[in-house]
Structure formats: structure tokens, C-alpha cells
Design a protein around this ligand. Structure first.
Ligand code: SF4
Ligand code: SF4
Length: 83
């Protein structure tokens, strides 16, 4: 089922509000807010080194049934699933 642009934006804001990336060892302070698992956000432009990923403990991870990790460097869940 396709989401409307408004629904996508709402979901994106929900993801950003719950994202725990800023507490991750790989996090780099920049002008980003996390939410890299979400398809319209895209990879990080400042995180380049994978020093661990705490996505597994994030409420969004369970809520959205995610399977991948390191979305900041490897791309969104959809991208990593090849969709
Ligand atoms: S799963 Fe990872 S990238 Fe997605 S919102 Fe949670 S901490 Fe951020
Ligand atoms: S996507 Fe994973 S590795 Fe990247 S900053 Fe978020 S928690 Fe850390």
C-alpha cells in the first residue's frame, strides 16, 4: 500500500523523534538528525566509520520490523533490501 506524501512526512518525523543514533559510537556531530533507516532521509554525509550500531535497541527498529544495521553508511532498510 502506497503512502501519501503527508503520511510519509508524518512517519519521517516520528522516526526522527525516536531515533537513538546520536548516542551511537559511530555518530559524528554534524547538521544531521539521524533516521537513516528511513528511505527518504538517505545516508549520512558525515559518518564514514562504522564503530558499532545501536539501531537494534531503538524503538523504531522493533516498530518497523527492521532487519539491517548501519543505515548511516550502508543506506536505508529499503536500499539494503535492494528495493
Ligand atoms: S533504527 Fe537506527 S537509524 Fe532508524 S531511527 Fe532507530 S537509531 Fe535511527
Ligand atoms: S544507523 Fe546505526 S551505526 Fe549509524 S549512527 Fe545510527 S545507530 Fe549508529
Amino acid at each position: 500500500m502506497e503512502m501519501t506524501p503527508e503520511e510519509m512526512e508524518q512517519k519521517k518525523q516520528m522516526v526522527l523523534s525516536m531515533c537513538t543514533c546520536a548516542n551511537c559510537p559511530s555518530w559524528v556531530d554534524g547538521n544531521e538528525k539521524g533516521g537513516y533507516c528511513f528511505p527518504t532521509i538517505g545516508k549520512s554525509k558525515v559518518i564514514t566509520e562504522e564503530k558499532g550500531c545501536i539501531c537494534g535497541g531503538c524503538p523504531i527498529y522493533a516498530k518497523m520490523g527492521l532487519k539491517n544495521m548501519f543505515f548511516c553508511t550502508r543506506g536505508s532498510e529499503k536500499e539494503q533490501l535492494g528495493m
